[in-house]
Structures are given as C-alpha cells and as structure tokens.
Design a binder for this molecule. Structure first.
Ligand SMILES: CC(C)[C@H](C(=O)O)[C@@H](O)C(=O)O
Ligand code: SF4
Length: 468
C-alpha cells in the first residue's frame, strides 16, 4: 500500500486510470441516491439505452420531499408525489434497493447509510447531495456530485475527478460543558471561511475528534462542504469499529477481522505530508450561533454581531447584505434575539445522540408561548430508538411536536416551511437566504441543545445557563 494520508491511499486504491483530460477515473464503491438529484440522471441513461452497471453498489432512499406529518399516498404536493413515483419506478426498473417510507430503514440518506453499516472505512462514496461529506466520519472518501455525475456513476460506477489537496485540521483538548461537535465545525468555518476549503479534503485530527462518538464525528464531517471542502474525514479507530460491528451490512466473522486489519492500514501515516495544517484549542470554542446568511458568519453566543469595521475587507460586503436580510444590527448581542420557530433535525444534528442531548435540556421545561418547536428524527430507526427511550414523550411534554423522519425544514422541500420573515433557531447546516421555505425567512444555526435553550426562552439563549 502507498504511504501518506488516508486520502492519498484511498484515492490510489480506487484509481482506474488517468483520463486524457489529466483527471483521474475513480471507482466509486457505494452510490447513494435520493429523489431530488436522480430522476434526470436515470432519464439520461434511459435515453442512451444504458443500464445501471452495479445495482448492488447503489442504494436509494427518499428524504427531501417527505412530509413529516401526513405521509399518506398520494402526497398532497403533486410535485413531491411525482418525484417519489419516479424514484420508485427507476429503482424497480434497475433492481436497486430502495428504503421507502415505512420500511423501517428510510431516512435522510446520510443517516441511514451509516446506521445500516453501508458506510465503511476506506470506501469511495458518492451521492448527488453536497452533504455526502458526512460519511468521511468513517474514514471514507465521500463527496457530493451533480446530476450529470450521478448519471456517470449509474452507468460506469466511476467518476472523472481531479485530486484534492489535504489540509489537516487539528483540534486538541476537551470541549467545555455546553459545547458540542456542531460548535467545533461552526468555529472551524468561522475561522477558515466558507471558501477556505476549496480544493481541499479536510482531515480532522487531534484528541478532540478522537474523543468524539461516531455521531459527533458525522456532525463535523457533514459541514465540511460548508467550509468549501468537497470532503472531510477522520481516520478510523476503535470508536469507528465499535460503531460498525454487527450492523446489517458490516463485514461478519473472519471478514470482520480482515476488514479491521485493512482499515488500520489505510489510516494516515504518522509521517504523512499535508498541503496545510491548522491547529485549534478545544477549550477556546464557545457555543456558537450564526447571525448572518452564510455558515461562516458565526459568533460565540455571548458575543455581539460584528460591526463592519471589525471585519476584514473581504467580509464586509457579505456582512452588509446579511445585516439587511437578517434585520439585525451590527454591535447588538446575538443573545436575546427573538425567535419564532425552533427546529431540531437534519443530517447534521438529527441523530439519536442529538435527540438525547436536546431532551436532557427539554425535560421539565416548557417551550415559550408563541414559539413553534418541533423535532424531526433523521431516520425511521432513530425515531424508533428515541421512542423506546421515551424521548418523544419528553419533547411532547415540553411543548415540542414529534414528527416523522426526513430533511424537513432544513431545506423545506416538504410542507415544513417558515412564514414571512420568521426567524428560526435551527440545528441544520445552511442559513442561506430563503433556505427554510420563505423568501424572507431567517435562520440561526446552532447545536440542538442551543435550539432547546432558544425554545424555552423564546430567544437566543446560552445553553450553559441551563446546565445542572
Ligand atoms: C437537494 C440536494 C441536491 C441539496 C444538496 O446537494 O445538498 C440538499 O440536500 C441541500 O442540503 O441543499
Ligand atoms: S437534511 Fe438538509 S442538508 Fe441534509 S440532505 Fe437533507 S436538505 Fe440536505
């Protein structure tokens, strides 16, 4: 095996050849598909009379358009129903496994592949979805692709790609109470910028990530793309193997031992060379909230919205645009900003550990009057597990609604939408203009625990004040 970073090794092992363009033809071990970016890709292969080359390496689910309340078919939204039928038909035609609503395995694509054990170290994974970077938490090279690339993978199981540089992002130390994986990644993006990672794969390393659970690692890798990095990964270790062991599609018996040996070999070598190295101290990371219209516009919950003169030239224009859109004043504290909607869910923070942590703070408290607060587990399996622990009851008693799995208000391609210029406290990953279903809707990104703090206070609050 070649020496170097995990990225280099996995890249080399999956290289089919070099194309005339100079790009690499890279073999894709696992292709995940969903209803939004696959219909046109299927139409394109159909037009050319092509087949799906490796249906057994292709797995589908439905997540973006599913209603989280009434899931009766046909869906009330005819466009959603059409997308659903298109996916059902394509999967049937090409013998692709489809985890449909009610299968017990449906959910946000980036939640179900790990929980089924499909996502494994050393793999190349592609999906027509930018947050495919999530799967890097397992030491896979996983990235989002566009519809024409979905076509390429369906037809050839390969992609034409240019190799990325690798930046090692080291975070060391223990996170302070009330500070979560979400704050770590929001902090990294705040410091390195939303375009800082363009051209790079991010390798997250250091004791902070080593101490994280797989779910926390997924939260971090998920938002690599918001920092401009096409993929982000963490070297596999005992935590990874313990998570994967005995999952449905994980290797079994002798194959398991062989797999672990191989996974150990693909870890970045200690003397690997990086194109860049950045180091952060975990103790300096505060509970972070975004105030603007990019995930890079984050501040500590006890900081004030930056004034134009405190910002570097390159950030001023987008800050001006953000003050106008968000209707927030530079210099004002973010804490105390009134919110209307509180959303816990998404592929960033809709997993069991997120719901458990949020429930700890919701227990025995009440959602403030006039606030709409709701919890959307990322998958059917997570929903079931959460209910078995009684988390649903804690949320409902506190005044949250408990919904069915899907992307929901992360992107609002389903009925869960902000109205007018409502402000949401959201555990999702994007605060772009109009992201949550209203062209004037405003989004404040934060950890699930911070969303609960906002829900019970009716305004942005510091979760540390709720700590026992
Ligand atoms: C719909 C899909 C293509 C999109 C993405 O690529 O990320 C969505 O998941 C998002 O989060 O904006
Ligand atoms: S939860 Fe949000 S970010 Fe994740 S795949 Fe769905 S829409 Fe995209």
């Amino acid at each position: 095996m070649s020496k170097g970073t995990l990225f280099d090794k996995v890249w080399d092992l999956h290289t089919v050849g070099t194309l005339a363009s100079g790009q690499t033809q890279l073999f894709i071990g696992l292709h995940l598909i969903h209803e939004v970016t696959s219909p046109q890709a299927f139409a394109m292969i159909r037009e050319r009379g092509l087949k799906v080359l490796f249906p057994e390496r292709t797995v589908a689910t439905v997540d973006h358009i599913v209603p989280t309340e009434n899931q009766a078919r046909p869906f009330a939204d005819t466009l959603a129903e059409e997308m659903m039928q298109a996916l059902e038909k394509s999967c049937q035609e090409h013998q692709i496994t489809f985890y449909n609503v009610g299968s017990g395995r449906q959910g946000i694509v980036h939640a179900i592949a790990p929980e089924l054990g499909l996502t494994q170290p050393g793999m190349t994974i592609a999906c027509g979805d930018s947050h495919t970077s999530t799967h890097g938490a397992f030491g896979a090279i996983a990235f989002g692709i566009g519809t024409s690339q979905v076509r390429d993978v369906l037809a050839s199981q390969t992609l034409a790609l240019s190799k990325l540089k690798v930046r090692r992002i080291e975070v060391n130390g223990t996170l302070r109470p009330g500070v979560y994986a979400k704050d770590v990644i929001l902090h990294i993006i705040r410091k390195l910028g939303v375009k800082g990672g363009v051209g790079y794969a991010y390798e997250y390393a250091g004791s902070t990530f080593e101490q994280m659970s797989m779910e926390e690692r997924m939260t971090v890798c998920n938002m690599s793309i918001e920092g401009g990095a096409r993929c982000g990964y963490i070297n596999p270790d005992r935590v990874t193997y313990d998570y994967l062991k005995d999952r449905e599609f994980a290797p079994k018996g002798d194959d398991w031992e062989k797999a672990v040996t191989w996974w150990e070999n693909i870890r970045s070598d200690t003397d690997a060379e990086y194109d860049d190295v950045v180091v952060f101290d975990a103790a300096e990371i505060p509970p972070t909230v975004t105030w603007g219209i990019t995930p890079g516009q984050g501040i500590g919950v006890d900081e004030s919205i930056p004034t134009p003169d405190s910002l570097p030239d390159s950030e001023r224009a987008i800050a001006e645009e953000a003050y106008r859109y968000m209707k927030l004043q530079p210099g004002d504290p973010i804490k105390g900003t009134k919110v209307d909607v509180c959303f816990i869910g998404s592929c960033t923070n809709g997993r069991l550990s997120d719901l458990r942590e949020a429930a700890k703070f919701a227990k025995g408290r009440q959602v403030s009057t006039g606030i709409k607060a709701f919890v959307v587990p990322a998958s059917e399996q997570i929903k079931k597990e959460a209910e078995a622990e009684g988390l649903d009851k804690i949320f409902v008693e506190a005044g949250f609604e408990w919904r069915n799995p899907g992307c929901s208000m992360c992107l609002a391609m389903n009925p869960d939408k902000l109205q007018g210029d409502q402000i949401s406290a959201s555990s999702s990953n994007r605060n772009f203009k109009g992201r949550q279903g209203s062209s004037e809707g405003r989004t404040l990104l934060m950890s699930p625990a911070m969303v609960v703090a906002a829900a019970v206070n009716g305004k942005v609050a510091d979760v540390r004040e709720l700590l026992p």
